[in-house]
Design a protein. Structure first.
Length: 238
């Protein structure tokens, strides 16, 4: 695999005179500071034949989409992502029993370079947590139809959001964004990307317009109450 109050249409946002988000920064709650996507791990391989990455020996927090779950002979669980294999401690078995193929999870682990392994190896993995998953339509409609409920569901939480790519661009302050199509002819969810994600996103959008992002939800762009997504990491085009 190569490498988701009130929402507004991106075209309307960009048509405002002297529009800038420079004075409105996303919340710094630390939840996304050290999170690495399984796709970033795959792309980080220094020597792809030996599965060596720049994260060797480091303890990291990962977000990824489960491709398969299996058990080893010693009773531990292994979860496979795209070109990434995570080996969990037995303490995580109860949590893993609640997970399924296709779920998105975050978890902590240590990276181990292993030139004999087929995939990038993650060891001593723990704390698998299933992530909130919504479509752009559902996200948009929650805010349009019931702002209070949407705030309680999504505000300042990290979520997985899926939708159809419509456009991308750069804001006046230099930050990059993606517009994800939602309900209605011009309705979009505006997602601000982390700096390292812009080129990755554009590369994979060329293959498919159907995308999934990991973002901070409920980010208020300005005093007018415009709400969108910030600190977004590109997960996949499918």
């Amino acid at each position: 695999m190569k490498i988701r109050t009130r929402l507004i249409a991106t075209f309307a946002l960009l048509s405002l005179p002297n529009f800038s988000l420079a004075q409105s920064q996303p919340p710094n709650n630390g939840q996304n500071e050290a999170v690495i996507t399984s796709e970033e791990l795959r792309l980080s391989a220094i020597d792809k034949e030996a599965n060596e990455t720049q994260f060797e020996g480091k303890m990291i927090k990962v977000v990824g989409k489960i491709r398969s779950i299996s058990a080893t002979t010693d009773g531990n669980a292994t979860i496979n992502f795209t070109n990434v294999e995570a080996h969990f401690l037995k303490e995580a078995n109860e949590q893993i029993a609640q997970l399924n193929r296709g779920d998105y999870i975050t978890f902590e682990c240590t990276v181990r370079n292993d030139e004999e392994a087929v995939f990038i190896q993650l060891i001593n993995c723990a704390n698998p947590v299933k992530q909130i998953y919504v479509t752009a339509d559902d996200y948009f409609n929650q805010y349009e139809n019931n702002q209070i409920r949407a705030d309680s569901l999504f505000n300042n939480k990290y979520i997985i959001i899926s939708g159809i790519y419509r456009m991308s661009g750069t804001l006046n302050d230099g930050r990059h964004y993606i517009g994800i199509k939602a309900a209605g002819d011009f309705a979009e969810v505006t997602a601000i990307l982390e700096p390292s994600m812009y080129q990755i996103a554009n590369d994979y959008i060329k293959e498919s317009p159907n995308i999934e992002l990991y973002c901070n939800a409920g980010y208020r762009f300005n005093a007018a109450g415009t709400v969108g997504l910030s600190n977004c990491k590109f997960l996949t085009a499918y």
